[in-house]
Ligand binder design. Structure first.
Ligand code: 5GP
Ligand code: ZN
Length: 112
């Protein structure tokens, strides 16, 4: 989708700092990090939000979560947070599904 920021990151028209890439997944540094580690993990296929994932997408969601754990492991993080904001009211601002991998500082619960 040409009007989607993360699709434009995927096609290279918006630059990003790559962390990981395979056939179905792209991971990159968040432009405004909220923790020492703040990586965004996205599917290469455009899906607006978690609620729009179909049953066939379940392996993709699992692969994104597993990759987040692998990136955390590579960075020596044992404590970290994996977040998916679904909908504006939950804080979603870019409507191309993404996980936030946040680590490197303590986190409070519940989140704001
Ligand atoms: P959301 O609010 O949708 O859960 O998360 C969107 C995230 O995308 C935010 O953490 C924001 O900082 C990040 N972001 C917004 N624009 C860009 C950009 O152009 N490049 C990168 N790398 N991250 C972005
Ligand atoms: Zn998109």
């Amino acid at each position: 989708m040409s009007d989607c920021l993360f699709c434009r990151i995927l096609d290279g028209s918006v630059p990003s700092k790559k962390v990981y890439e395979d056939e179905t997944i792209y991971a990159f540094e968040d432009i405004a990090p909220k923790a020492p580690t703040h990586v965004l993990l996205i599917p290469k296929k455009h899906v607006a939000q978690l609620a729009d994932m179909s049953p066939e997408d379940e392996p993709l969601v699992g692969a994104l979560a597993a990759r987040a754990a692998a990136i955390a492991r590579e960075r020596g993080l044992s404590d970290y947070r994996l977040v998916a904001n679904n909908g504006e009211g939950a804080g979603q601002s870019v409507f191309h599904f993404h996980f936030h991998l946040l680590g490197g500082r303590p986190f409070r619960w519940p989140p704001g």
